[in-house]
Design a protein around this ligand. Sequence first.
Ligand code: FAD
Length: 647
Amino acid sequence: MSVVERQEWDVVVIGAGGAGLRAAIEARERGARTAVICKSLFGKAHTVMAEGGIAAAMANANEHDNWQVHFRDTMRGGKFLNQWRMAELHAQEAPDRVWELETWGALFDRTKDGRISQRNFGGHEYPRLAHVGDRTGLELIRTLQQKIVALQQEDKKETGDYESRLKVYQECTVTRVLKDGSRVSGVFAYERETGRFFVLEAPSVVIATGGIGKSFKVTSNSWEYTGDGHALALLAGAPLLNMEFVQFHPTGMVWPPSVKGILVTESVRGDGGVLRNSEGKRFMFDYIPDVFKEKYAESEEEGDRWYEDPDNNRRPPELLPRDEVARAINSEVKAGRGSPHGGVFLDVSTRMPADVIRRRLPSMYHQFKELADVDITAEAMEVGPTCHYVMGGIAVESETAAARGVPGLFAAGEVAGGMHGSNRLGGNSLSDLLVFGRRAGWHAAEHAAARAFERPEVSDLEIDTAAAEALRPFSAEGPPGAEDEGRPPENPYTLHQELQQAMNDLVGIIRREAEMERALEKLADLRVRARRAGVEGHRQFNPGWHLALDLRNMLLVSECVARAALERTESRGGHTREDHPTMDRRWRNINLLCRLADPTGGLAATDPERGQIDLARETTDPVRQDLLALFDKEELVKYLAEEELYQ
Ligand code: FAD
């Protein structure tokens, strides 16, 4: 039996990005003793990297903006597959969450009359992104951390201990959500520096672990994005929703190779940057899809006038939703009209004075100067699509952020599905983190309070099983009786590279049936080999070991993406099928749910080729009538299924 330290909390939040911190603040303010656990350093969550801003209909830059317009834009961006109640709550509550941040000390850029400045972004009808230059995520995290410290200081005054009600465990990775019967009972984790195992017991666990980008080769995501939360939820028995929808941001760096994929913020286009091909043509005018024709300018002159007079002109097509722009760039490169390094040109240098570029886009200026030796005030950038965000995620209840089917489990932020439908609009993630982070913390605290006298228990057996799973890479060889019994260990780095390459090439921005079938075969092969992912040395800071453990998560999540992408025979938002190139109204109200094939939480180790995931279809709830009434009938005809229109 493993001797593992246990600590008791009311709420455990996994992840210290925007969603996790907002959840933790809420839970603590509602009286729950709350632990936050994160695998990176406190403050180094993905949220820090967010650049452009937080979308909220505050109407500071255009008085016509309101939550209804924001809701409409979000539904259009998601091609009507959004969990509409989430989109409604998000649009209604985002302004309060931004103002609240300001009262906690966030310093946003201002309009001339002193209000919070709001900038344009793709798919948003009005300037809507509250921002701090192009470093908004940094300010968001700084503010939330400051709030946490303030709460800890209050606790010190009252109890003599800063960490009595709110404690952060940094550089610690959760490998399992633990359960007592069907109920959540805590988490099993290891400390990255020492390799020490420990358990945090709690009746409520909030998963806020972000995305999955590290399963793809070219990505804007950082090392933590290995789909851990998605996998933890699956293993705990919760389903994942619509995992086929992965956002490829249109503008990542393409050169030099060492920085390929790093994000070039959409603010560059929001502030006037234009896309050109190798012939110098502003090609986006050729790629405006029918559903958006009425909203976008037909000529460069009209598009340019919009920046000064948005009420009397239509927006330029560079500001179409991300999926449209990414596909257009892909097509231009494929047609031989790309830039020297396989992207297209993004130019602000001819659109704004150098000092304005340096002031409005300071990070982009430095990023290109330092990483590519390109001065964006004088020359165009080269950009191309990069895997950026996952719309699919843990299936949650809209109001409470409760994960479906597992009492005590909650999810918020990028790891949760539903809110963004098939495609997220820029800026809608940071607001999502705050709106649903708060809701998750609130309901997790309530759930824990209701179980104060009948706390779930963590059994020794479960701890032993989790410990044995985590230690397996140190004695990795094929299991007894299996075909690969006694075969030597596999290198986790090699497995990871092969996985990334397969997902990039076979389940990437443009998908084909035969390639996805090959991807599933490759995943089966990797799954068998990953059972032998082995490492040398000790548990003290051992990155190879950490990666070997992360591989389980990436393989699970990649299988969900590939299976769901193969199943959905249409193109919608972040899912583009070359063999089914149009959006099909019959798929409008269909969700795809992935569940672990082995409901006991094991990993079907005896027959890894069978796959680990079961896929099921589910019909979505009809959109409420008063929300449908916000759209023109002609527009609804483009999206809704026949029977929905009839109703
Ligand atoms: P994160 O901020 O990523 O936090 C995840 C946390 O989970 C981390 O603390 C991590 O250490 C922890 N974690 C993960 N796995 C484990 C584990 N197993 N155990 C313990 N801890 C774990 N969105 C916008 O709305 N506006 C923007 O301008 C914008 N710009 C962006 C720019 C870039 C370069 C990128 C990459 C994304 C951008 N996005 C933007 C998207 C947005 O930043 C993310 O979707 C969002 O920050 C995700 O926040 P989160 O709280 O869900 O997760």
